[in-house]
Design a protein around this ligand. Structure first.
Ligand code: CO
Ligand code: CO
Length: 306
């Protein structure tokens, strides 16, 4: 499996029992705390493996750092934050590479394994499935407010809490419940990644706007115009594939297009299993997990928000 269905990671079959899952991700800091930035980068990089139902095994650091102008302590903190999350995920750090750069960048290449018969792509959502989202939306908006010095400590805290939460448990549950399809919500926002799943699966989706989990204060910052450029780009690109009921509050629509960093999983599975998934994740301490919509036969490749 490669690039053709915009799937989350590349898969390469080794034997009848084992395939490799490989992915790479890195970015510039989105929070001020270097340790937290390291944690976020790792959780984000592992997410594509979890989205496919794989088990990440090894990782390698990719680092760009202004060694002439910034203290090495900052780099150490970033890497320690990253290592804490790799340990939590049971992933071995086996190497890495650092280059001198004017801007900090950190991320990882990740290698995992998966059984070839149990790969969860974004192309197998079935009409009648329910859709579960496992993290709140709004990280793009809150981090834009953070950059502008306008985000409250509480809003930043809640955003970071979500971004440092591994998608591991959600992934293990969806495998146990035999989910049909999955992807993670990242740069194209909720709408963009939902649409990719709908298109790849040859189905449509109905999204219940009142069920979408949203980070506190995100709506307040949208009112102040703190929408990242990526949010406008997503709207421009995807809005012709979306039907929004006029009763849906426009601020909520902005959130559906908001690009996410280290976002949650969007999982498509039969209704009874979807209910079990939400209950299980909430019992394990994730109050954000929500049933947000359903998969329909027609119209194919369209998202209806109501
Ligand atoms: Co992805
Ligand atoms: Co990715």
């Amino acid at each position: 499996m490669g690039l053709e269905t915009s799937d989350d990671a590349g898969v390469y079959q080794l034997t009848d029992e084992i395939a490799l899952v490989q992915t790479v991700d890195f970015f510039t800091p989105i929070v001020d705390d270097p340790y937290q930035f390291g944690q976020i980068a790792v959780v984000n990089a592992l997410s594509d493996v979890y989205a496919m139902g794989g088990s990440p095994l090894t990782a390698m650091n990719l680092v760009a750092f202004p060694m002439k102008t910034l203290s090495p302590t900052i780099l150490k903190e970033i890497l320690l934050g990253g290592l804490s999350k790799l340990k939590e995920a049971g992933v071995a750090l086996v190497g890495g590479h650092t280059v001198e750069d004017q801007e900090i960048k950190y991320g990882l290449s990740v290698t995992g394994i998966i059984h070839p018969d149990r790969i969860l792509s974004n192309a197998k959502a079935k009409p009648g499935d329910h859709l579960v989202l496992t993290k709140s939306l709004g990280t793009g908006i809150i981090s834009t407010a953070l950059k502008g010095g306008m985000a409250s400590a509480e809003a930043i805290g809640r955003m970071v809490q979500g971004m440092v939460t591994l998608n591991r448990k959600a992934s293990e549950w969806m495998l146990a419940l035999r989910a049909h399809a999955c992807t993670d919500i990242t740069g194209f926002g909720f709408i963009g990644h939902s649409w990719e799943m709908a298109k790849a699966s040859g189905v449509g989706m109905k999204i219940r706007s009142d069920r979408i989990p949203v980070l506190p204060e995100a709506v307040d910052y949208i009112r102040l115009g703190l929408v990242p450029g990526g949010g406008y780009a997503n709207r421009n690109f995807f809005s012709c594939r979306v039907d929004v009921d006029p009763k849906v509050p426009p601020l909520l629509v902005d959130l559906l297009y908001d690009p996410q960093t280290s976002g949650g999983l969007l999982i498509s599975l039969p209704p009874a299993e979807a209910e079990k998934l939400v209950t299980a994740l909430r019992q394990e301490g994730n109050p954000d997990a929500c049933l947000v919509g359903e998969v329909v036969q027609e119209p194919q490749g369209r998202i209806e928000v109501f």
